[in-house]
Write a new protein. Structure first.
Length: 239
């Protein structure tokens, strides 16, 4: 029969509190964008190298992060992350266009002297959830159907880097808010758009890194960029 001495009770209480703290620490979402400023991020815009006074393509407006689209570049987290769920709420407020969220980002300007080494989760209107391999690689089912002839595959300039998503019918009309959920766990990346599973890749050549938002020619508004640590991938029906 277990002892109920004060010391044993105290030890039990400490264990319970530690377990509770650990649970909370691994499930509480971190707001990557605080709605006020770009704290925790830095900007990489090649056009500013020779013109430091050139306008930044990333601003905060009415509590939203706005990618103005030009000059082209990236807004990159200062910190690196692994094993997480990233919830992104965004919209093309004016007209449809192009943008993307990059996961496992590392070496800056690794592709076309612009894009950091990463896996891009596409936000281009009507193509949300495509993967673009940027000096990193990832595998999906039906690779030839979704990536093209195998002899063209690659992760650098001029190669077959685009991997088509599973559906182009998941986005809402321009002006309405979309929710993209990206889960990165070990060597897998899984993506939902408005609750629909749109991509699931495995054997990713990176498992951690920074997160980046693109300025790629179109104005995009973001009202949420929340990250939560995870210990496994969600099931498809959970979204």
């Amino acid at each position: 029969m277990p002892s109920h001495s004060p010391s044993n009770i105290l030890r039990f209480a400490i264990v319970c509190l530690c377990a509770l703290f650990t649970c909370e620490r691994t499930t509480v979402a971190e707001e990557l964008f605080n709605g006020k400023d770009l704290s925790g991020w830095h900007i990489d815009v090649p056009a500013q190298d020779n013109d430091p006074d050139k306008e930044s393509p990333f601003i905060v407006r009415n509590g939203m992060l706005v990618s103005l689209g030009t000059p082209q570049g990236h807004l990159i987290t200062d910190a690196s992350y692994e094993n997480y769920r990233l919830v992104v709420q965004y919209r093309f407020a004016g007209k449809p266009g192009n943008c993307g969220v990059l996961v496992h980002a590392s070496t800056p300007r690794a592709l076309y002297k612009m894009f950091p080494k990463s896996i891009e989760v596409q936000m281009n209107h009507k193509h949300a959830g495509d993967f673009w391999c940027i000096v990193q690689d990832i595998t999906v089912p039906d690779m030839v159907k979704r990536r093209g002839p195998k002899e063209n595959w690659g992760i650098t300039e001029g190669k077959g880097r685009r991997i088509l998503n599973l559906t182009d019918d998941s986005e809402k009309p321009v002006g309405e808010w979309n929710e993209m959920v990206i889960e990165c766990f070990e060597d897998q990346v899984k993506v939902w758009v408005n609750g629909d599973l749109v991509n699931h890749g495995t054997q990713c050549t990176a498992s951690k890194g920074q997160i980046a938002v693109q300025a790629e020619g179109s104005e995009v508004e973001f009202r949420k960029l929340d990250l939560t640590p995870i210990k496994k991938l969600s099931k498809d029906e959970d979204h």
